[in-house]
Design a protein around this ligand. Structure first.
Ligand code: WQD
Length: 353
């Protein structure tokens, strides 16, 4: 199929592009490069051994989207483009609603105008808010504690209305848990501008000596070792989940009952790991110390979050297959390949832990 990936040179988009190209699809990567670099296209070409079509553009430019959908005879869209930092969204709610919600409306208008009605949407487990039970299944109540999560909730509700309005639409919302790791080549990975907010890339920078230590945000949660538990999923597993979703949509299978032709699926492993378990696994894989100190809880953090994964297996015929060791090894390889200077200067810090 001819597929448009909005945000296609970003972290999840670029890894999905590898999987889809290797499955024989033809991709167009549209990105405004607000959280990625144009060079990612060259690296994808290096991995794939074939050129990649990429276009600089913003999803809020509806005319540009219509032109692109028509020029490349696009048959399906995977919508990654959006802002995704929880803390930042609290400070910049207008930007988050403009990029995420307005951008999606613009994309839907362009798809409507050109008759392209197969859509995979990049949603997030953030829409579950503070879990009322675990593991989280897709029927768990939805809530938001920040503008980022609320933007995803608004978009999911819009997509449900669109699917109800016209049964030519076929839409899947994929709720990601915690994507980590990188492609085995070390050529693509999480775009790191400055100190990362997320755990795994921060640990990688501590292991390389770029950061002196890890602050563990709280060790008094109701979890086995007191630190936060999350469902980390290898980004390549996540990418394969998108391929499985597209296959279901393009086959035209009846994927769900209500609303017609829209389904929501968790993409996780079903296994939760604590912060300290991640630290230990990373040290074992990298051979580097990851000194840490216990810090106060981070505002807005929840104790534990991990997925019920049976629906993905039943509906998509997909399940995650890469374990924690491979997640850590690929994250470390990306750190080494993408910031060799930092690793070379690595100093070992020892803090009383
Ligand atoms: C994981 C755990 C922290 C950093 C976020 C977004 C979510 C999704 C994935 C987009 C928590 C702890 C972290 C650090 C720490 N993104 N931690 N020290 O917050 O679960 O999810 O990214 O969809 O929407 O909210 O991920 O990696 O920031 O935190 O102790 O320096 O690691 O408290 O328990 P999070 P995270």
């Amino acid at each position: 199929m001819n597929i448009l990936l909005t945000g296609g040179t970003g972290y999840i988009g670029s890894h999905t592009a590898v999987v889809l190209a290797q499955a024989g699809h033809r991709m167009v990567l549209l990105d405004n490069y607000s959280n990625s670099q144009p060079e990612v296209g060259d690296r994808l070409a290096q991995i794939l051994g074939q050129p990649v079509t990429q276009i600089e553009g913003d999803v809020r430019d509806t005319a540009r989207l219509i032109e692109t959908l028509r020029q490349y005879a696009i048959e399906a869209v995977i919508h990654f483009a959006g802002l995704k930092a929880v803390g930042e969204s609290v400070a910049r709610p207008i930007d988050y609603y403009a990029h995420n919600v307005q951008g999606t409306i613009s994309l839907l208008q362009a798809m409507q105008a050109t008759g392209v009605k197969i859509l995979v949407f990049s949603s997030s487990a953030t829409v579950y808010g503070d879990p009322q039970y675990l593991p989280l299944d897709e029927q768990h109540p939805l809530s938001a504690t920040n503008p980022y999560g609320r933007s995803k909730l608004h978009i999911e509700a819009m997509l449900a209305d669109v699917a109800r309005s016209d049964d030519h639409w076929r839409i899947i919302c994929l709720r990601y848990f915690n994507p980590v790791g990188a492609h085995e080549s070390g050529l693509i990975g999480e775009n790191l501008r400055g100190a990362p907010n997320n755990l795994m890339p921060f640990i990688a920078q501590v292991a390389s000596g770029e950061q002196p230590w890890l602050n563990v945000y709280g060790n008094d949660y109701p979890t086995p070792d007191g630190t936060g538990v999350r469902d980390y999923i290898h980004v390549m597993d996540l990418a394969e989940g998108h391929q499985a979703a597209l296959a279901v949509l393009s086959a035209g299978l009846e994927v769900c009952s209500q609303p017609a032709h829209l389904i929501t699926v968790n993409l996780g492993t079903g296994q939760g790991y604590s912060v300290l378990e991640i630290v230990k696994a990373f040290e074992a894989v990298s051979g580097r110390a990851v000194p840490y100190q216990i810090a106060p809880r981070r505002p807005g953090d929840i104790a534990a979050c991990y997925a019920q994964v049976s629906k993905a297996a039943d509906v998509l015929g997909w399940q995650a297959r890469r374990g924690l060791q491979e997640m850590c090894a690929s994250a470390w390889n990306w750190q080494v390949q993408s910031r060799p200077g930092a690793v070379a200067k690595a100093r070992c810090y020892r803090l009383s832990t």
